[in-house]
Design a protein around this ligand. Structure first.
Ligand code: FAD
Length: 477
């Protein structure tokens, strides 16, 4: 059934000169989707079902020349512009109302250079696209932990995953990027070229331009690793979380663990009598000598009798996709993060207490162990600031029904307000930004002013603002 009201995409499109749109569409090698086109509805949808925006055009780029054309079009017609990598940012900034989406989904080529020990991936590639190719050679770069996530958003804002305590953030592994800046120029940024841009891109999110390709360093990983995945009943949470704190204090760099509170899923891997009960779980992995790997986790595994122990040797690509099903497209999500200087009993109490009161059994409160290779890099070496923090707490509200939006968002905000009030909590991580409602300065600490300076050089009119926006000096803000 048609609607009497035009949506913002239709209104914005109507305001554009027909010949300009026609000329863009004709010269474009990929597809330019307008609101009336088949495929538009799918193209405007992102991973988070909470997001419902209507762009005027979705420019599905086939190559760098298309990216340039789309950027120039948005700038010349003074339209909002959003950049879509993997479409998995929880704030939904990959899509905008009434503007142009520079959609890189079709630009997902990956090429491994074995001689150089590097991989080059286009800006729309997912973690799965990259791991699949690099693992053919027993290599990997440090990315995140869910294969459907885009490398672009993940890398530009940081990138924590199984390898980060040994090999750093995803952005620490960058060798170079190709980037289309607001003036429509294609630039390469590396330690040797456009160094200021390279500094800023590593942590500056999507503020500097459209990255059409990322080049990363590779490391020998797998192809088999040891996965540690153990669930305990919530009654054992105190003991389990205390053991986690102790374990992280001496953990080897080639092993890692994330601890989270959750509810036992209704899956055959878990005893039926525990379904829906509160739980605490560990997910981690170890590389190196796989015979010795299980013992690395004994202090955690032996803390109580697990409800389920799904640990074992596993292909690295399978480790990277084992959580995929837990985060389907279109579910409703609200995720927020804060860094922690240490793990106190208050943090654990909060993880347990708010888990009990969560309106949705799908939600979790996650405690990440960071540090080591991430902390080895000086804080002013890249725009990414919060390297010194050994832990991060993320509140992940996940639910199904739109009617439950308020209850779940409010719950996450309550948890967050309580954690944030602890003296050990500070900063924000750009990849779990809620709806980007917090001041962007919280991401950047003392790097903020330098980032503003680089932004002012490359994007003085703030074309790239559909993100956690670092405003250039010229626009005030
Ligand atoms: P998109 O939504 O496509 O883009 C987000 C923003 O990034 C855009 O608005 C734009 O500003 C910018 N952007 C995207 N592509 C480009 C580009 N090519 N050039 C310039 N700017 C661009 N994070 C971790 O650190 N570790 C994890 O293990 C982890 N696991 C996750 C699991 C799931 C299921 C999800 C949904 C997220 C996870 N994250 C993790 C967070 C993830 O890193 C962010 O959601 C990230 O922003 C996703 O990147 P994307 O390319 O899919 O984002």
């Amino acid at each position: 059934m048609g609607s009497l009201h035009k949506h913002r995409g239709e209104v914005a499109l109507e305001a554009l000169p027909d010949d300009a749109v026609r000329s863009l569409v004709t010269r474009f090698h990929g597809d330019v989707l307008r609101p009336s086109d088949e495929g538009y509805e799918d193209a405007r949808a992102v991973w988070n079902g909470m997001i419902d925006r209507y762009p005027a055009l979705v420019a599905r780029c086939a190559g760098v020349a298309d990216v340039v054309a789309a950027v120039n079009f948005a700038r010349d017609h003074d339209l909002p512009l959003a950049v879509r990598g993997g479409g998995h940012n929880v704030a939904g900034t990959a899509v905008c109302d009434g503007g142009v989406v520079v959609d890189l989904a079709e630009m997902n080529g990956v090429r491994v250079d074995r001689e150089e020990g590097t991989v080059r991936a286009e800006g729309g590639a997912t973690l799965g696209d990259v791991d699949r190719e690099t693992q053919r050679f027993g290599l990997a770069t440090a990315l995140g932990a869910v294969s459907q996530t885009g490398i672009a958003g993940l890398t530009l804002n940081g990138g924590y995953g199984h390898l980060s305590r040994e090999h750093g953030l995803a952005l620490d592994n960058l060798v170079s990027v190709d980037i289309v800046t607001a003036d429509g120029q294609v630039r390469t940024a590396s330690e040797k070229r456009n160094e200021d841009l390279f500094w800023a891109v590593r942590g500056g999110g999507g503020n500097l331009g459209v990255v059409s390709a990322f080049e990363y360093d590779l490391h020998e990983v797998g192809p088999e690793v040891y996965a540690f995945f153990v669930w305990f009943h919530g009654d054992d949470a105190d003991a389990a979380l205390a053991a986690f704190r102790e374990w992280t204090e001496t953990a080897p760099r080639n092993a890692g663990v994330l601890a989270f509170t959750a509810h036992v899923p209704e899956l055959e891997e878990f005893p039926e009598r525990t379904w829906g009960e509160p739980a605490v779980a560990f997910l981690g992995s170890a590389r190196g000598d796989l015979e010795e790997a299980p013992a690395v986790y004994d202090p955690l595994r032996e803390v109580a009798t697990p409800i389920a122990d799904m640990s074992g040797t596993i292909a690295y690509v399978d480790l990277q996709s084992m959580l995929d099903e837990d985060y389907p497209d279109g579910l409703r999500y609200y995720w927020k993060s804060v860094f922690l200087e240490e793990l106190t009993d208050e943090v654990f109490d909060l993880m347990v207490r708010y888990n009990d009161s969560a309106p949705s059994g799908l939600s979790t409160i996650d405690c990440w162990h960071l540090g080591d290779a991430v902390a080895d890099v000086p804080r002013d070496a890249t725009a990414f600031w919060h390297r010194d923090k050994p832990y991060m707490l993320t509140v992940e509200a996940n639910w199904e029904e739109p009617d439950d939006d308020d209850a779940n968002v409010n719950w996450a905000r309550e948890v967050f307000a309580d954690v944030q009030s602890l003296p050990i909590a500070s900063g924000r991580y750009g990849n779990f930004p809620g709806m980007n409602e917090d001041p962007v300065k919280l991401l950047y600490g003392d790097n903020y002013d330098r980032l503003v300076a680089v932004k002012t050089t490359y994007d003085p009119e703030n074309l790239f603002r559909s993100n956690a926006n670092v405003a250039p000096r010229t626009t005030g803000a």
